[in-house]
Write a protein that binds this ligand. Sequence first.
Ligand SMILES: *[C@@H]1O[C@H](CO)[C@@H](O)[C@H](O)[C@H]1NC(C)=O
Length: 152
Amino acid sequence: MANLRGIFIILHAAATVAICLFSNPLAALEEKDEDMLFIKYHIHITNDTPDDMPFRAPNVHLHCKSKNKDVGNRKIAWHEDYHWDTKINYFRTTLFFCYVWWKSKERYFEAFKATRDEERCRYYHNSCLWSVREDGIYFSNNNATWRNVYPW
Ligand SMILES: *[C@@H]1O[C@H](CO)[C@@H](O)[C@H](O)[C@H]1NC(C)=O
């Protein structure tokens, strides 16, 4: 019995050493990859349309969904920041698309796309920032510089 236990301990130690020697670099890589998959991304959409003084600016209407999740039909008030979270799935096919309309303008845009956003949206609190404006839907990954990527 004592021998068996001894053998077990030796095998266990040998296995541990083998894992350290041979598979650690790979394991480390995979772990890093896994970590990346577990990052929670924040998708923000802000209504930055101009105020229609003296009237209140009309709401922005938004409907966002992915294959598995419907974020719902939403009205975003002037200067309201609407947001939700997502992780990236193992196959990196995570995609949230939105239909947005404001006054007589409307369009479709991709609010989060794993292959496009997994790197660029890590820069600022793991956030993809969108701003709905008079001439289109702007993107920022730092909350400082904005680009009109979906003009309407
Ligand atoms: C972006 O910056 C504005 C102005 O400083 C701030 O009010 C807002 O909370 C920021 N957005 C995010 C998502 O951090």
